[in-house]
Ligand binder design. Structure first.
Ligand SMILES: Cc1cc2nc3c(=O)[nH]c(=O)nc-3n(C[C@H](O)[C@H](O)[C@H](O)COP(=O)(O)O)c2cc1C
Length: 198
């Protein structure tokens, strides 16, 4: 039996990105287990558009008509169908890059990733049981309430019905209190180790 992993790459700096190194280390750890099949989604290569103007109104019309098979909902269907979700995104402006938020806007679709009923209220209907988030930060925010990326993704996992959320953050890479390659190397080893037992 295979386990389909959706890997959402929001590492804007591409080949220069330290977060991408962390994400790839996690995937490397997963690859040891043959049951995992990785479906890569590079957000920088997708025609993602925020919900404004006509794009927003089209969504309202389609939802009112129950047209959930429209191509614009493909991201939501892909997300909802995955067995596991892995997200890699750097720490930007105390959170994640706006591109990831735009992707989430496109994924949050009633009837595909969550639903609302009189009995249950709002409930997530995604198939995945686990979400893993990988990030790197310039400053030291592991103990800080100012860090809003991890809590947001944790809450979204719950919103989508994904029971388990976990993450690794390479913290303080730009502070030069410790060489960044040492911090990143430690996080990379941790990512590989955690992936093997995830
Ligand atoms: C646009 C932008 C915003 C950033 N915002 C923050 C921030 O709010 N706090 C912080 O500690 N570091 C911030 N950083 C630094 C990054 O978190 C850090 O360099 C990270 O390792 C970058 O990841 P990457 O190598 O995958 O691009 C920011 C960097 C950029 C480019």
């Amino acid at each position: 039996m295979t386990t389909n992993v959706l890997y959402i790459d929001c590492c804007i700096r591409g080949g220069e990105s330290r977060t991408r190194q962390l994400g790839e280390a996690f995937l490397f750890g997963l690859a040891i287990r043959e049951e995992f099949v990785i479906d890569r989604l590079n957000l920088m290569e997708e025609p993602l558009v925020p919900l404004t103007g006509d794009f927003f109104l089209q969504r309202e019309r389609l939802l009112a008509a129950g047209s959930l098979s429209h191509p614009r909902f493909r991201y939501a269907h892909q997300f909802a169908a995955a067995d596991r979700i892995v997200i890699a995104a750097p720490f930007w402006d105390l959170s994640v890059p706006a591109l990831l938020k735009i992707y989430i806007e496109n994924v949050s679709v009633q009837g595909i990733t969550f639903d609302i009923s009189e009995v249950d209220g709002i409930s997530g209907i995604c198939r995945a049981e686990k979400m893993f988030f990988l990030t790197t930060r310039g400053g030291a925010y592991s103990q800080s309430p100012l860090e809003t990326g991890v809590p947001m993704l944790r809450n979204l996992a719950s919103f989508f019905g994904i029971k388990e959320f976990d993450y690794i953050a390479a913290d303080g890479l730009d502070l030069l209190l410790e060489p960044p390659e040492i911090i990143l190397g430690r996080a990379i080893r941790e990512a590989q180790d955690r992936a093997v037992i995830w």
